[in-house]
Write a protein that binds this ligand. Structure first.
Ligand code: HBI
Ligand code: FE
Length: 286
């Protein structure tokens, strides 16, 4: 087992980089129906909530076409736009493998889809979360560069013992990030856009804090994997997000090792506050 708890060898049938064939022909009508149900619900909800880059990406990849998308079809367009592609994996892959794919502009996506009983929540990333949630943003050149930079940063950070800090950056941006726009806050995080309930909660609920993005601050903030977030971080632009990865991470890791974590619902002096949340939802769940 490696430090992240995975066997270091891929499961039977997977290649050494953990990829598998998508085997698109083998999806059942019931599986295509789950995609269509989720797709219809989210594409009705997201205009006016998701950022323009995400909505444009959905259109560019023609993810409105019925059923589970065939990776070979979306890859032709994705590759043309930003040099990215989607590869199928059995589920979560070890950190090193994950970073290696991202650094080479390959997004590892689960090939399985949730069951009708799991429409609203599942722990492992399935093809709906990975493809509907993540891939539209990869059509945006700036975000595409950010994801590749994250993968490169991950490879450099391996063995440093501070991957938990870097994972927080991924969590609060790629998964749960919000973006400022002229018309108010918009969603770009895949964990939000792939969840019906969190697409409402993240923007409208008075419970969570909504704070301006600051790289070091984000990397000091723990997160929840099992429920709606208690804090969302807002970037002024996707370019600002990419620019943040250009700073010296060596110096940053040194500071992070000395500073403590910030409690998940805290508001610190220096935070840019969009919403000072009530935390009523989080309190109701404890
Ligand atoms: N594997 N398939 C998959 N998807 C992820 O989002 C993922 C992963 N392995 C590791 C991982 N994420 C995280 O540890 C990184 O965000 C740090
Ligand atoms: Fe994800």
């Amino acid at each position: 087992m490696s430090a992240d708890g995975f066997a270091s060898t891929p499961p039977p049938g997977a290649r050494s980089d953990w990829t598998i064939e998508q085997d698109w022909q083998s999806y059942t009508p019931a599986e295509h129906q789950v995609w269509m149900t989720l797709h219809e619900r989210q594409s009705k909800l997201l205009p006016g909530r998701a950022c323009d880059a995400f909505l444009h990406g959905l259109d560019a990849l023609d993810l409105h076409r019925g059923g589970i998308p065939d990776f070979s079809r979306i890859n032709a367009e994705l590759n043309r736009l930003t040099g990215w592609s989607v590869v199928a994996v059995p589920g979560l892959v070890p950190d090193e493998i994950f970073f290696e794919h991202l650094a080479n502009r390959r997004f590892p996506a689960g090939r399985f889809i949730r069951t009708p009983e799991q429409l609203d929540y599942l722990q492992e990333p399935d093809i709906f979360h990975d493809v509907f949630g993540h891939v539209p943003m990869l059509t945006d050149p700036t975000f595409a560069d950010y994801m590749a930079a994250y993968g490169e940063g991950g490879l450099r950070a391996l063995g440093r013992g501070q991957l938990h800090n870097l994972a927080r950056l991924y969590w609060y941006t790629v998964e749960f990030g919000l973006l400022e726009s002229a018309d108010g806050l918009r969603i770009y995080g895949a964990g939000i856009v792939s969840s019906h309930a969190e697409s409402i909660f993240a923007l409208d609920d008075p419970s969570p804090n909504r704070l301006g993005f600051n790289l070091e601050r984000v990397m000091r903030t723990p997160y929840r994997i099992d429920d709606f977030q208690q804090v969302y971080f807002v970037v002024p632009s996707l370019q600002a997000l990419l620019d943040a990865t250009l700073q010296d991470f060596e110096a940053l890791y040194g500071r992070l090792a000395r500073q403590g974590d910030i409690p998940i619902a805290a508001i610190e002096p220096g935070d840019q506050v969009f919403t000072h949340g009530t935390q009523a939802y989080a309190v109701s769940r404890t």
